[in-house]
Write a protein that binds this ligand. Structure first.
Ligand code: ADP
Length: 458
């Protein structure tokens, strides 16, 4: 029902404020009333005690030796609200002049030895506080009544009540308006933000949310969104570059195949010529299929749809398979592959690791000199399984060492010399990193290269 932040805030504020207001307002009101009436009562109490001390008996007759305070001031003003009245056995024998002048009486009551306080309407038709108390005096049981007007205390209480009932709702109203305005302003900025966000598509990913003045609490949202845009933009750029690189890599063998076909079909050829062309076309097709397989591998490794099948494997056994697989290409380059090492057990996906190591060792053969060497060593170091692949090839300049792991990146020195598409090392690194391992490279141009592959031991 209350789906907007603003209405939630208002409802919350309304309920909290009205509860606090009701509890605070009423308790303050009754507290003040208690204090004021209490002070009237204590004054009446001392008055009654004083009057009791003035009662005496003369010749069998009881009388109030009133003078001074009792006969002047408010007690002397007719219907002033300040009255006293003294009686014995139901007979009133003394009254304050404020009553007697106008022949008025306080309502008569029975005997009560405990002080009894009541609020009544006095002879002058205004509220009175009346204390009635009986005393056992030598002259007999005497009941004294004293009263005081409640007009002033009631005025004080009323004005306090008015202040509370006027100021608290005004504070409430003002803060409600404040909440309304502040939330409206803040939410308007959110609206602007969401409009800006809505305008961003894959075509303007380089744009950033700027110029929207945000409250401090909302700034992380904008920063987070901008960071997300940067990452999306980077990812899109990589994808775009990947697509253009992939098409570029596939274009070369496709145009080779096409030109062989065009030239060959130009005129009649001998059987040997057809065979030669078909062999070349087959080589180009193999290259294409190799590139396509690698592209597929990269995209599978990147989209997390690919699942590793881990098992306990021996790194040495994997390396043996790598050597067996690459023997023919090594022989073609007259490159010798050496192998040494110990049994090293790891957990991993055998097929993926085999593929990664084939790419690394194959590079050692491809980028080698004729008659060179590739040495593979398997061992353990600092709690890691380590495979080293050292070649005596052309080497890699220091400035290029990190870039060789980028997709489609190839050194200019190898571009024209050796076939490849620049995906082998990128695939190898992804596979090794997926196994929580890492790759390092050392190289000297003209001398050779050494790749280190670190994998966690079982
Ligand atoms: P490809 O071998 O298909 O070109 P890679 O990703 O395997 O792609 O390698 C990227 C680039 O790194 C290669 O083109 C080459 O220039 C350089 N490279 C890789 N391994 C070696 C090596 N052992 N010696 C010299 N250069 C290498």
């Amino acid at each position: 029902m209350f789906k907007s932040i603003r209405s939630k805030l208002v409802i919350w504020y309304l309920s909290v404020f009205s509860t606090v207001f009701a509890v605070l307002g009423f308790s303050l009101y009754y507290e003040l009333k208690g204090i004021v009436i209490g002070s009237v009562d204590s004054h009446l109490h001392s008055e009654v005690q004083f009057l009791a001390s003035l009662i005496g008996e003369e010749k069998g007759d009881i009388e109030l030796e009133i003078s001074g305070k009792g006969a002047v001031g408010d007690y002397a003003l007719p219907l002033s609200g300040h009255y006293y009245q003294v009686s014995r056995g139901g007979r009133i024998f003394a009254r304050s002049p404020s009553l007697s002048i106008v022949d008025a009486y306080l309502p008569a009551t029975g005997e009560s030895f405990e002080p009894s306080y009541t609020s009544i309407v006095g002879p002058e038709k205004s509220p009175l506080r009346l204390l009635t108390q009986s005393f056992r005096l030598p002259a007999g049981v005497v009941t004294i009544q004293a009263s005081e007007s409640l007009e002033d205390p009631y005025r004080l209480i009323d004005s306090f009540r008015n202040i509370i009932f006027l100021t608290l709702p005004s504070i409430f109203l003002l803060s409600l308006i404040g909440i309304w305005v502040i939330t409206k302003l803040s939410l308007r900025r959110l609206n602007i933000l969401s409009r800006k966000v809505g305008q961003i598509t894959e075509k303007n990913l380089e744009e950033r949310i700027e110029g929207v003045k945000m409250d401090r609490e909302l700034r992380p949202l904008v920063e987070g969104f901008n960071t997300m845009l940067s990452r999306l933009n980077d990812a899109f750029t990589i994808q775009r570059r990947f697509l253009s690189n992939a098409s570029h890599e596939l274009r070369t063998p496709t145009s080779v195949i096409k030109s062989y076909c065009d030239v060959t079909l130009n005129k009649e050829r001998t059987q040997a010529q057809y065979r030669d062309v078909l062999r070349r076309i087959s080589e180009a097709a193999n290259r294409m299929s190799d590139t396509i397989n690698k592209i597929l591998e990269v995209s599978r490794l990147e989209s997390n749809t690919f699942s590793f099948k881990p098992s306990n494997i021996d790194l040495k056994a994997i390396m043996k398979d790598v050597v067996r697989f690459l023997k023919p290409s090594a022989s073609a380059m007259a490159v010798k592959i050496g192998y040494s090492g110990i049994d090293v057990s790891i957990v991993g996906d055998r097929e993926r690791l085999l593929e990664a190591f084939i790419n690394i060792v194959d590079n050692g053969i491809k980028y080698n000199r004729r008659g060179g060497r590739v040495d593979i060593e398997v061992g353990k170091r600092d709690g890691w399984a380590v495979a080293t692949v050292t070649d005596t090839g052309i080497g890699i300049p220091d400035s290029e060492k990190e870039r060789i792991f980028d997709r489609f990146y190839r050194l200019d020195s190898s571009r024209n010399r050796v076939e490849g598409c620049g995906l082998g090392l990128s695939i190898a690194r992804s596979v090794i990193e997926a196994h929580r391992g890492r790759m390092e490279v050392e190289s000297k141009v003209g001398k050779g290269t050494r790749f280190f592959v670190f994998l966690p031991l079982t």
